[in-house]
Design a protein around this ligand. Structure first.
Ligand SMILES: [Zn+2]
Length: 313
């Protein structure tokens, strides 16, 4: 199961308690999922979706609101084999207009440019609204691979509502338009984690955090290992280079011709090519620190340079 499905299945199980929230979730689903149209029998609202979990949620919400609805599954074979679920909802329920209740039309039953503000007045409803929009149009990448959350929307109005509502929770969405489709997205792990918290996907939040922590730890360990390896390599390179230099001195003038302190260090280096300067310092008869060893090494280098000059001359 994809991470998107996991999160959607998790939040689909949450059914709001308040009537305002039931309405807000239904509005969200009507706005973003499948198609919203007035049916062939005038006075019917059709909500179409390919996902059974969304059809079930829509059906549950209408039932809680005390509205009559029917759900049917339609099978198509052309252009390819697929099926959709259609929830049919009579627009007039008792003395209520469903479209007006969902904030989709104004008092004269004209489709509104923007949702009725009343639908998103309360914070409880805004959370539920985002949850519905995510269920109907959302995608979230598996955090083990990347951090990406998207709402894929049919209309500019839906994109604007989602965008504004995300902003009201302090999130920073991006928006892009392509071929008449609108994508509202969040990119950073913090933002996506916060979004999952807002819509109440607590298992999703945990999965997200865990994967982030693991990824973080892996990166840190890798950095440490790389750093360690680099230091080690540098020490070994330096050691081998000094060995070459000392061999040159030995061949030309013999180590016996060196001052005792220099000779001791030169012989130690030949025996321990991989040791760091500090380690060499500790191995001396009268131990010295790194800078002391460094000082003697410089002296050895001067001698080696002198020899190579004489060689050329
Ligand atoms: Zn509410």
């Amino acid at each position: 199961m994809s991470f998107t499905e996991q999160v959607k299945n998790e939040v689909a199980r949450i059914i709001p308690e308040r009537r305002c929230c039931l309405r807000a979730e239904l509005t969200a689903l009507a706005l973003v999922s499948g198609s919203l149209q007035i049916g062939p029998h005038p006075g019917t609202l059709l909500l179409t979706t390919a996902r059974p979990v969304i059809a079930r949620t829509i059906f549950k919400l209408t039932k809680r609101l005390g509205w009559q609805a029917t759900i049917t599954r339609r099978q198509y074979t052309r252009p390819r084999r697929y099926h959709v679920f259609v929830v049919e909802l009579p627009v007039q329920q008792g003395n209520l207009s469903v479209l007006r209740e969902l904030g989709l039309v104004d008092r004269k039953n004209r489709i509104k440019e923007r949702l009725d503000t009343r639908i998103l007045d309360r914070a409880c409803c805004r959370r539920v609204f985002l949850r519905g929009c995510f269920m109907g149009s959302g995608f979230i990448s598996n955090p083990d691979h990347s951090y990406q959350l998207e709402f894929n929307l049919n209309t500019g109005e839906a994109a604007r509502e989602v965008n504004t509502t995300l902003l009201r929770f302090g999130l920073a969405p991006g928006l892009r338009e392509h071929n008449g489709r609108y994508v509202v997205y969040l990119k950073e792990a913090d933002q996506i984690g916060e979004f999952l918290r807002v819509i109440g996907a607590m298992q999703g939040v945990l999965d997200y955090e865990n994967s982030r922590i693991l990824k973080d730890m892996r990166n840190r360990v890798n950095r440490l290992v790389n750093c360690e390896t680099a230091n080690l390599k540098k020490a070994v390179d330096t050691g081998l280079e000094q060995v070459e230099m000392i061999k040159e001195i030995a061949e030309r003038i013999g180590l016996a011709s060196l001052r005792p302190k220099l000779r001791e260090l030169a012989e130690l280096r030949l025996r321990h090519p991989e040791a760091s300067l500090t380690e060499l310092g500790r191995l001396l008869d009268k131990p010295v620190g790194k800078s002391g060893v460094n000082h003697r090494m410089r002296e050895l280098r001067r001698i080696a340079e002198q020899i190579s000059h004489e060689k050329k001359a």
